[in-house]
Design a protein around this ligand. Structure first.
Ligand SMILES: [Zn+2]
Length: 463
């Protein structure tokens, strides 16, 4: 929409020894914030401060110079929060001024180098007041829509896998996510929550939280990944593993996907992790019914996918994807194909093939819910069946096949789990031990919870 004055770039003459260079600046607009990213040769000392009348943010990079090829691109800025960016040398320093539309709340942090990036300074500018979120009209408890949370992987600073001809996973999967959303939105008794709506990054834990807050019945994460060997191809469907990945490819993919927060840029990864070990233990507990459902939906989706594309795995795979780790929502990660395979990358980038893939995913999901309508939804009323009566308060855990907790209704199960959570939480606090706070080599062991005997510790780790 506008371009910055780049005359200052011409000043990039000789860079004194020990100085940092500024290589690029990018911006991304999310619904609630705008992110500005500076690529630098090293972690420069900065002085960042706000000025008013007019509102602006000043970033002084000490002892720094723009690189000779410095040519920032602000073409995706809409003027919603940022008006203009000005830059100029000031003595030995380099000053960047962000002209703001209004006062904004700021969070800034440095990210360490990780391919494809070197050092990055990230400045997130948040709206002072959260935009009013569109709430669904309140529906009677027995007439809820089935809510599908669709998560397009990666985004913003995290391009995901890059294929031949610079095909980026983040673009391909957003396009497919939008097609998938349109199919569900056009179906009576279904509603969609798009986790990511544009080209910006959302931390992995926040993705699942968005689904949780929308009381989603299903979380679908859409990806198109890369492998070390370009001949590997085909689609696969993954659910969260109970104890480790079931193949080398699965482990490789999960490691890649779980790196997203490091690449995409999260200032405080640990914020959500009150006590990761406790979380994992409890997650295991709440997981059983959800795992069965994930598996059953996954089989239907795989079945439909097999009609439109080659399958990389003929069964629902298991791997430790962080994004699937929500205890109360069945969750699947669909690898729609390998972007590292030249011919598959070409297909994945074509609208027609994207349409076939998304239709297959949609058909599989709709078939599953038609046969297993979640309690409390309009679909359960229409189709009857074992779940038609007795809506449970959350409407997320159909009874059919919940063999582990047979005999307990959903509310009772939830009450017992909550009591157990409180008990374990108390036990952890009273021992004063926290798994990750033990100094290395101190010999302290993780808190032995009464649940530990149920199996080995879960394999999932947040990045
Ligand atoms: Zn991915």
């Amino acid at each position: 929409m506008w371009k910055c004055a780049l005359s200052a770039c011409l000043l990039a003459a000789s860079v004194p020894a020990g100085a940092e260079t500024l290589h690029n600046v990018r911006t991304y607009e999310a619904p609630d914030h705008t992110r500005v990213v500076f690529d630098t040769s090293g972690q420069a000392t900065t002085n960042i401060f706000a000025l008013t009348d007019p509102d602006r943010l000043v970033i002084d990079f000490r002892n720094s110079r723009p690189a000779t090829d410095f040519s920032p691109d602000f073409s995706n800025v809409t003027g919603r929060r940022l008006q203009k960016v000005r830059m100029a040398a000031r003595g030995g320093d380099y000053r960047v001024v962000l002209d703001l539309v209004r006062p904004l709340r700021r969070k800034d942090f440095w990210l360490k180098p990780i391919p494809p990036y070197n050092h990055r300074l990230v400045i997130d500018l948040f709206d002072q007041q959260a935009a009013p979120t569109a709430r669904q009209p309140s529906q009677p408890q027995t007439h809820r829509d089935i809510v599908i949370a669709i998560d397009a992987g990666h985004g913003g600073e995290d391009p995901g896998a890059i294929g031949p001809n610079r095909v980026a996973e983040k673009q391909v999967v957003l396009s497919m996510a939008k097609k998938l959303a349109a199919l569900f939105e056009g179906t009576p008794d279904y509603r969609v929550v798009m986790v990511r709506k544009g080209d910006y990054y959302i931390p992995l834990r926040r993705r699942t939280r968005i689904a949780h807050e929308a009381r989603a019945h299903l979380f679908l994460s859409i990806h198109a990944d890369a492998f070390k060997r370009p001949d590997v191809s085909g689609a696969s469907v993954y659910m969260l593993s109970e104890r480790g990945a079931d193949s080398e490819t699965a482990r490789f993919l999960a490691e890649r996907e779980n790196q997203s927060d490091l690449i995409g840029g999260v200032g405080d990864v640990s914020l959500d992790d009150k006590d990761p070990y406790l979380r994992e233990t409890l997650t295991d507990l709440a997981m059983e019914g959800k795992r069965r459902q994930s598996s059953e939906v996954g089989v239907e989706v795989l079945n439909r996918l097999s009609r439109v594309t080659k399958l990389h795995k003929k069964q629902v795979g298991h791997a430790g994807f962080v994004v699937l780790k929500t205890p109360d929502i069945p969750s699947l990660l669909v690898e729609t194909g390998f972007i590292s395979n030249p011919s598959e990358a070409r297909r994945l980038n074509q609208a027609e093939h994207q349409g076939k893939i998304t239709r297959a995913i949609y058909d599989g999901v709709v078939k599953y819910w038609r046969e297993n309508p979640p309690p409390g939804t309009a679909l359960a009323k229409v189709h009857g069946g074992p779940n038609a009566n007795g809506p449970n308060s959350a409407g997320r855990v159909p009874q059919a096949g919940a063999s582990v907790q047979a005999g307990l209704d959903a509310d009772e199960r939830r009450r017992r789990e909550a009591a157990l959570v409180a008990a374990i939480d108390g036990a952890v606090r009273s021992t004063g031990l926290r798994r990750r706070s033990s100094p290395p080599g101190s010999g302290q062991r993780p808190v032995a919870s009464p649940l530990q005997a149920a199996g080995p510790p879960p394999s999932v780790r947040s990045p």
